[in-house]
Design a protein. Structure first.
Length: 138
């Protein structure tokens, strides 16, 4: 792999999310983080690449990525959690990133999970994505 596209892909996803007024309204503001701020207001969303690996073919240079989107809400806000996850799904279905030197070949939501954090009275929504990118000359 000569150039990791995971950073460009993350930035394109975050840019898409930040420009969506419906998502920002559901979050109560632009609460999208790599790492949440201390005492961040709920709900908020974090996005990280859990791994990237070579996915090249005989003719194309490519990468496979696992991206984790995590939504944190207060425990009794399950409805909002589901609305946020639904909005993210809609945005990702229409996602067409503009990435320099890389093209998105495939993007799939592999799983969505809601996990209660009873100790902290929170609800964690996890959306795992699988993406494949190829190096482009354009």
């Amino acid at each position: 792999m000569t150039s990791l596209s995971s950073g460009a892909l993350e930035q394109a996803i975050l840019s898409s999310f930040k420009s969506d007024s419906a998502l920002i309204t559901l979050l109560g503001g632009v609460r999208l983080y790599d790492e949440p701020k201390r005492n961040a207001q709920f709900p908020y969303l974090t996005l990280t690449t859990s791994y990237s690996r070579d996915w090249s073919t005989g003719t194309e240079t490519g990468e496979e990525h696992r991206i984790i989107i995590t939504i944190w809400t207060v425990a009794d806000d399950r409805s909002r959690q589901q609305d946020i996850l639904a909005r993210l799904s809609t945005l990702l279905e229409a996602f067409e990133p503009d990435m320099t030197n890389h093209a998105l070949i495939n993007l799939l939501v592999e799983r969505i999970e809601l996990r209660p954090d009873r100790k902290n009275h929170l609800l964690q929504g996890i959306m795992q994505l699988r993406a494949v990118t190829e190096r482009s000359l354009g």
